[in-house]
Design a protein around this ligand. Structure first.
Ligand code: NAD
Length: 349
């Protein structure tokens, strides 16, 4: 029997960029970030259930393309993501992404989603989760160095989850700072635009570095970081690409997502391979200490890990019925007799 249209069971929900924006604007960006933070925290709490591997990276002179897989035994997920620092000057995004969730029991995909917007949301959410455990409880001011695509998401996350009221913006490109200041103007945050990184960090409880450059950069020098500050280092996420002077690392207590990946990609690629670091999930689970005292410098050496994308995709899937912002893709061949794939092809002709 010929099937004129694929059965709904064989269709895969697809969240386009347009529908992702509709989901986020329906719920509200700050609420979405806080909710994704809850999903990320819940998955960090069951860390040991996940299959984990450093992401699979294909490097080129221009950038990197990476696959980030994981599974909790019931659901499998992966993200495709690139990082091309020169893209921005060519009119492209530095980071673009899409991702998939699939059933482990039969291997069928159950969600295909854009993840460029979602990556910014989940990166901000992850930073906020880390800061919840590591930043001084009284934090009110964040310096934000690098005012590109990730910037406003980070600011919103720290306002919503941590309760900061002031963001001090700096970028080598003043146009980026103006863009971020304008986008954040209606958030209620007190926005201070700065003309140097040194000026931006003055009086900050939290310093976020989120710059893009395929080199060992020194966005923060040792003298710019004082006792008690929390550093949220986002931009150093590739071999040969870091943002902090090594001396800062030697004075800090360093917290990471998945050490085998961070040792390759994070700020700690500048340190000996046995330099002690603490896994963030252990702090969340109460197995390791986070911030111990007011003078300690805490550093979240963020590179982005597969479970965070898995959590974000899980969150998006849970919003589909509620928001209706998705379409169905005919991605699965569905012959009446599973062995008669060729017959299905012939009948369609
Ligand atoms: P982007 O290109 O949109 O913005 C980067 C900004 O950094 C630009 O505005 C640029 O002018 C600025 N910049 C470059 N050098 C600077 C310097 N020395 N001082 C101040 N500003 C400087 O990139 P994006 O999408 O915002 O991403 C930023 C970085 O974060 C990238 O390196 C990306 O790979 C990384 N990232 C990390 C994660 C993670 O999970 N850790 C997730 C997403 C992106």
């Amino acid at each position: 029997m010929t099937k004129p249209t694929p059965s709904k069971l064989a269709m895969v929900p697809f969240v386009s960029v347009d529908n992702m924006m509709k989901i986020v604007n329906t719920i509200g960006p700050a609420r979405v970030i806080a909710d994704i933070a809850d999903y990320i925290e819940a998955d960090f709490l069951r860390w040991e259930q996940f299959d984990k591997t450093p992401r699979v990276a294909a490097h080129s002179d221009e950038g990197v393309i990476e696959l980030m897989p994981t599974s909790d035994g019931e659901t499998y997920g992966f993200k495709y993501v690139n990082g091309h620092p020169a893209n921005m000057s060519r009119g492209f995004q530095t980071v673009t992404a899409f991702g998939v969730l699939a059933r482990v029991d039969n291997g069928y995909p159950i969600l295909l989603s854009e993840m460029t917007v979602l990556t910014a949301l989940r990166t901000a959410a992850t930073s906020a989760v880390a800061a919840k455990y590591l930043a001084p409880k009284t934090s009110k001011t964040m310096a934000m160095i690098g005012n590109g695509a990730q910037c406003e998401f980070q600011a919103l996350a720290f306002q919503e989850v941590i309760g900061i009221d002031t963001v001090r913006l700096y970028d080598i490109d003043a146009v980026a700072t103006q863009k971020a200041a304008k986008n954040l103007s209606e958030t209620g945050l007190n926005i201070v635009t700065c003309s140097s990184a040194q000026e931006a960090v003055t009086g900050a409880d939290i310093i976020t570095t989120c710059t893009a450059d395929k080199q060992y950069a020194t966005i923060l020098t040792d003298n710019m970081v004082g006792a008690g500050q929390h550093i949220n280092a986002i931009g150093g996420d590739c071999p040969g690409k870091t943002e902090l002077h090594r001396d800062i690392l030697l004075r800090s207590d360093i917290f990471v997502e998945y050490p085998p990946q961070t040792r390759i990609e994070g700020e700690i690629q500048q340190l000996n391979p046995d330099h002690p670091v603490t896994e963030l999930w252990k702090v969340i689970a109460g197995k390791s200490e986070g911030r111990k005292d007011a003078a300690q410098i805490t550093l979240f050496d963020s590179v982005g890990f597969a479970t965070e994308d898995f959590s974000a995709l899980r969150y998006v899937r849970d919003q589909l019925d509620r928001t209706g912002h998705y379409s169905l893709l005919d991605m699965l061949a569905d012959p009446d007799d599973p062995r008669d794939l060729f017959g299905m092809l012939r009948r369609a002709g």
